[in-house]
Design a protein around this ligand. Structure first.
Ligand SMILES: *[C@@H]1O[C@H](CO)[C@@H](O)[C@H](O)[C@H]1NC(C)=O
Ligand SMILES: *[C@@H]1O[C@H](CO)[C@@H](O)[C@H](O)[C@H]1NC(C)=O
Ligand SMILES: *[C@@H]1O[C@H](CO)[C@@H](O)[C@H](O)[C@H]1NC(C)=O
Ligand SMILES: *[C@@H]1O[C@H](CO)[C@@H](O)[C@H](O)[C@H]1NC(C)=O
Ligand SMILES: *[C@@H]1O[C@H](CO)[C@@H](O)[C@H](O)[C@H]1NC(C)=O
Ligand SMILES: *[C@@H]1O[C@H](CO)[C@@H](O)[C@H](O)[C@H]1NC(C)=O
Ligand SMILES: *[C@@H]1O[C@H](CO)[C@@H](O)[C@H](O)[C@H]1NC(C)=O
Ligand SMILES: *[C@@H]1O[C@H](CO)[C@@H](O)[C@H](O)[C@H]1NC(C)=O
Ligand SMILES: *[C@@H]1O[C@H](CO)[C@@H](O)[C@H](O)[C@H]1NC(C)=O
Ligand SMILES: CC(=O)N[C@H]1CO[C@H](CO)[C@@H](O)[C@@H]1O
Length: 706
């Protein structure tokens, strides 16, 4: 009898207990993982912004930097390029990425979205959604909800079938639905609130055994947790919307994304450390995610409007995955200081007190045993301040927080950086200076006669290209008989770049910027008597990624006018012929095999050639330790680059920032794209560049150990 009871208890212990502890839960203090509380440091690393070959080292460096969690979005437009056709190969191998994180003993926060913004083209939406009849994105709209639910379910079932939720022994402890919806909800009226309710119910119904969050959504319905995104959540977060939800910070921006024409946003290690510590001390924060911990590269055409190809290069791990010091090391010390007293922070009772006009203290004290942690905060931006705390005096540097694990000795101050700075070393190993190594192909300027799509109005750019290309030609036959001495072409555009040609001659170009959405090209035009062939190339540099009603966004030409002396001709409603993309794109000129069908010519003039393709080959730099490789494209204008058929992104050197510098000159070529020799390099240049000054470089940093 006793034995029998024992057996039952044993069975209960071995089956029931683990099941009860399997769920990931939370309360007002923290997430509870398999029965344990933890203060979690998390970092964003987006799998398609690097390569599977880079993932293990990036994750290892994140772990060494004191992170417990890797956070990533899921990129719908990569995974479902056509409805019901899925792709999880190579850089898109989400399961492999998560298993690599698991293998290194870290957790995962999976932000499914499926709207993600993220400076990613179209905010992660596949463009085919645009053509679903009756669709309105991100609101209580049946067609949208159907597709959102379909993709969300697909991802969740995939994670479940691989056993990747922590409730099944996997690493995923948290997932996210939607993304910063609070920013746009008002635009949708009551439909917005209904949508939030629906999304919450939908994901809870998927029964992952892991909590869901909605970031920047103060009214996230139970049991979803509302979380903070921003630079200063210790100051700005209004708190969880229920006393039994923990304070989680899903995006603490380590820098900011950069746009063409913009400069890098440099956020100091001290400032990040200050705000992370304040969030933990003042808001009882128990989860902090660095957005980004490693930004990586917007390969191909994946970046959103005007966003540069390098992403968050200023993060603790730079674009190439190298440690950025002192940021990485300073945060590592902060993580260690917090972890050394995390039990007291999680179990203790928080209290606060004033230490001066701009100084405050926070103490976490355990009821039993009296263990104690103190945070002494000096909010004065310029003055050092001496405070008295428990009969001792402490000097607090300006804008800093001291951490005292036993309420006695300072183990870390956010403004005192012990880590040495490092420097990136760019080593040119080859300059492509020999003209006979290059060949070129002049792309074709289409005339109206050659176009198949005709319309009596200026069509919306994205709806015509379906995002198959950045480029859309608008062509026109303009009959003209009046003589005029000075004539001018005016083209107003709501896309990103315009180039105008008349009878095959380049007239000029103009562009907008991330903040200037509409611009006008004005160029002199010489009109022939009779027929004039006018061809205007409209260019997008990534699709928009933010705001309400993305499906209705208008890009492309809005008005076209010719002024001839006193006369003015509005050509807006003329008969326009359209061509999507370039001839080179249609023939996949960047693929070595297809390129052999192209009639290449020797390199021509090295300035002012528009719409020209260049090709050459090169050997991989041979360095010990396979250092990162980058092309320096400083001598080029604007276009796109391919190595062995893979696009390494758009470049735009001719768009200068306020200091007259290009926003990005170095372009990362992931090692795994390279062969030892005969790498096939192709560039498409829109507006004039000199390929003879392009160089191939290795990238390393002054810390040998990285
Ligand atoms: C999603 O839609 C496809 C058809 O496009 C269908 O085959 C599939 O079963 C749907 N998946 C889910 C999880 O609803
Ligand atoms: C932090 O937790 C304490 C209980 O330990 C509570 O009294 C206090 O209100 C919490 N502070 C915030 C900002 O939530
Ligand atoms: C403690 O913190 C609360 C909330 O921030 C604040 O209102 C209060 O003034 C603080 N108390 C002291 C003594 O500083
Ligand atoms: C501080 O010193 C006073 C008198 O010197 C003493 O009464 C008090 O207990 C001390 N406080 C602490 C926290 O040690
Ligand atoms: C704090 O520092 C003093 C002197 O450096 C040392 O004697 C004491 O043990 C330290 N206290 C703790 C809790 O580490
Ligand atoms: C997109 O193009 C189709 C024709 O291809 C047209 O019927 C539709 O109205 C266009 N939609 C928008 C939003 O311009
Ligand atoms: C305009 O294009 C037509 C058809 O391609 C061509 O025949 C004609 O010569 C062109 N006109 C000029 C002035 O180039
Ligand atoms: C072009 O056509 C649209 C739609 O028919 C009309 O609203 C607009 O006024 C026309 N523009 C010109 C310049 O004729
Ligand atoms: C040709 O190139 C020079 C130097 O790069 C530039 O100043 C000039 O504006 C260009 N001309 C045209 C027509 O693009
Ligand atoms: C909420 C928040 O902190 N937003 C900040 C994010 O970063 C930008 C750029 O520095 C600031 O302008 C915002 O105020």
């Amino acid at each position: 009898m006793e034995n029998w009871v024992g057996l039952v208890i044993l069975l209960l212990v071995s089956f029931t207990l683990p099941m009860a502890e399997a769920e990931i839960t939370y309360d007002g203090r923290s997430l509870i993982i398999h029965g344990q509380r933890k203060i979690l440091f998390s970092g964003s690393i987006h799998y398609p912004r690097s390569t599977p070959q880079m993932w293990p080292e990036l994750i290892a460096k994140a772990k060494e930097g004191g992170l417990n969690v890797i956070q990533t979005y899921v990129f719908w437009n990569l995974h479902e390029p056509q409805p019901g056709q899925y792709d999880f190969s190579g850089r898109y191998d989400l399961v492999r990425f998560i298993k690599e994180i698991q293998a290194q003993g870290l957790y995962v926060c999976l932000r499914i979205g499926p709207y993600i913004e993220s400076e990613w083209t179209y905010g992660g939406f596949p463009f085919w959604l645009h053509d679903v009849p009756g669709i309105v994105y991100r609101t209580d709209n049946e067609p949208f909800k159907t597709h959102m639910q379909n993709f969300t379910t697909k991802i969740v079932r995939m994670m479940q079938s691989e056993g990747l939720y922590a409730s099944e022994g996997g690493p995923i402890i948290l997932s996210q639905i939607e993304n910063e919806y609070g920013n746009v909800e008002k635009a949708f009226g009551e439909g917005g609130a209904r949508y939030v309710e629906w999304a919450a119910k939908m994901v809870v119904g998927l029964k992952t055994g892991v909590p869901w969050v909605m970031c920047k959504q103060t009214d996230a319905p139970d049991p979803l947790i509302n979380t903070c995104n921003g630079m200063r959540c210790g100051e700005t977060f209004t708190g969880p919307n229920s006393p039994n939800k923990p304070a989680l910070w899903t995006e603490n921006w380590t820098s900011f994304y950069q746009v063409y024409g913009g400069e890098p946003y440099i956020r100091s290690a001290e400032d990040i450390a200050f705000h992370v510590t304040l969030f933990i001390a003042r808001k009882n924060g128990s989860y902090v995610n660095y957005y980004m911990y490693h930004g990586g590269t917007n390969l191909g055409r994946t970046s959103s409007a005007y966003v540069i190809t390098g992403y968050y290069d200023q993060a603790p791990l730079d674009e190439y995955g190298l440690l950025r010091q002192p940021k990485w090391g300073h945060l590592k010390e902060l993580h260690a200081a917090i972890k050394s007293c995390s039990t007291t922070l999680l179990e203790g009772k928080q209290s606060n007190f004033s230490l001066g006009q701009l100084q405050e203290g926070y103490v976490f004290e355990e009821e039993e045993g009296g263990k104690c942690v103190a945070f002494l905060v000096n909010n004065d931006p310029v003055k050092m301040f001496t405070v008295q705390f428990r009969n001792r005096s402490y000097q607090l540097p300006p804008m800093s927080i001291s951490i005292l694990p036993y309420c006695q000795n300072v183990t870390f101050n956010t403004a005192i950086v012990n880590t040495k700075s490092n420097r990136r070393i760019i080593n040119p190993v080859q300059i492509f200076s020999s003209a006979d190594k290059w060949e070129q192909f002049q792309d074709v300027i289409p005339n109206f006669d050659r176009t198949s799509l005709i319309s009596n109005s200026l069509l919306e750019h994205m709806n015509v290209t379906k995002d198959k290309s950045d480029y859309l030609w608008y062509t026109l036959r303009f009959e003209h008989n009046l003589p005029c001495s000075e004539s001018k072409l005016y083209v107003q555009s709501a896309a990103h770049v315009t180039h105008a040609f008349a009878d095959g001659t380049y007239l000029g170009g103009a562009h907008g910027s991330h903040s200037v959405k509409s611009f006008t090209l004005q160029v002199p035009i010489t009109l022939n008597e009779g027929t004039n062939n006018i061809s205007i190339l409209s260019v997008m540099v990534g699709l928009p990624d933010a705001g309400a009603f993305l499906e209705r966004r208008f890009a492309g030409l809005t008005t076209v006018e010719i002024q001839c002396g006193e006369e003015s001709y509005d050509l807006t409603n003329s008969t326009w012929g359209y061509q999507v993309g370039l001839v080179g794109e249609q023939s996949e000129i960047y693929e070595e095999q297809s390129s052999s069908c192209i009639e290449w010519s020797p390199l021509g003039s090295t300035s002012n050639q528009t719409l020209v393709w260049y090709k050459t080959t090169f050997d991989s730099p041979k360095t010990k330790g396979d250092e990162a490789v980058a092309l320096n494209l400083e001598s080029m204008g604007k276009g796109q680059v391919w190595v062995n058929g893979q696009s390494i992104g758009r470049y735009w050197i001719s768009f200068h920032d306020s200091k007259a510098q290009p926003s990005q000159t170095l372009y990362h070529v992931p090692r795994s794209f390279l062969k030892d020799s005969e790498n096939f390099l192709v560039l498409f240049e829109e507006a004039g560049g000199n390929p003879l000054h392009i160089s191939i470089n290795t990238v390393s940093s002054t810390n040998i150990d990285d």
